[in-house]
Design a binder for this molecule. Structure first.
Ligand SMILES: Nc1ncnc2c1ncn2[C@@H]1O[C@H](COP(=O)(O)OP(=O)(O)OP(=O)(O)O)[C@@H](O)[C@H]1O
Ligand SMILES: Nc1ccn([C@@H]2O[C@H](COP(=O)(O)O)[C@@H](O)[C@H]2O)c(=O)n1
Length: 215
């Protein structure tokens, strides 16, 4: 299923805690489009693996789970913890898991009018024809500081250094896998948000989308 001509599909990719989810939601609100955080799908597979007592590296079990899991069974608060992010990046490196999640992401992107999707491979694999692609990034230290603040706000105690180590490990796994690695599409605009507020990022992104729409 491919989006129709004239539909506004916005692909927002980037590494962990870069702010891509925040930006995707703001762009969706601005343009009145539905928004999909595709990381949640990988987190659901990881959650289902752990709930069922499987070793997170068991690719055969992950393939069975991705073929049968029900998105409705996973409230977001069970998906947002640090360990689930790590476990999600392990299952996300399995080609059968990626293949099993592909069609639902493409269906979402093909809604009439368009959609905003954020993840790691939206511009490269899920929606290679999206008219607007953003690759949101920031230094590992800035991302760790943002995540540290976010976790503290939720009452999760985690030291800055261990969050930074998590982020570096996840970046390495996501960028180094052979299937759909984390990388900017050739036609993506790279938005380094290290020194930008959320409002500045949103304004810059809208400017980029408008330029691309007019192109
Ligand atoms: N430009 C910014 N300046 C300061 N804080 C920001 C900025 N952008 C996002 N944040 C904050 O950083 C944290 C991480 O942002 P967000 O969840 O959007 O990142 P993400 O890339 O979607 O993360 P992940 O992929 O790991 O889920 C949030 O608490 C968010 O409010
Ligand atoms: N399109 C995507 C989205 C996510 N992943 C993997 O899931 C992990 C968790 O994602 P978050 O965005 O919720 O942090 C992430 O580390 C990736 O391994 C992916 O591969 N492709």
């Amino acid at each position: 299923m491919r989006p129709g001509t004239g539909d506004l599909v916005i692909a927002v990719d980037g590494p962990a805690a870069s702010g891509k989810g925040t930006l995707a939601k703001r762009l969706a609100a601005h343009y009145g489009l539905p928004c999909l955080d595709t990381g949640l799908l990988y987190r659901m597979v990881a959650r289902a693996m752990l709930d069922a007592g499987h070793d997170i590296h068991d690719a055969a079990a992950a393939e069975r789970i991705v073929g049968s899991f029900d998105e409705a069974g996973f409230p977001e608060e069970r998906l947002r913890g640090r360990e689930i992010g790590e476990a999600a990046s392990v299952v996300a490196a399995m080609p059968a898991v990626r293949a099993g999640l592909l069609a639902r992401q493409r269906r979402f992107a093909a809604q009439p009018g368009g959609a905003v999707l954020d993840g790691r491979d939206i511009g490269t694999v899920i929606c290679p024809e999206a008219p607007a692609k953003l690759f949101v990034t920031a230094t590992p230290e800035v991302r760790a500081a943002r995540r540290h603040k976010e976790l503290a706000g939720r009452g999760e105690t985690a030291g800055f250094d261990s969050i930074l180590a998590d982020i570096r490990r996840r970046d390495a796994r996501d960028s180094g896998r052979s299937d759909a690695p984390l990388k900017a599409a050739e036609d993506a605009v790279i938005l380094d948000t290290s020194a930008l507020t959320i409002e500045e990022v949103v304004a810059a992104a809208i400017e980029i989308v408008e330029r691309r729409r007019g192109a």
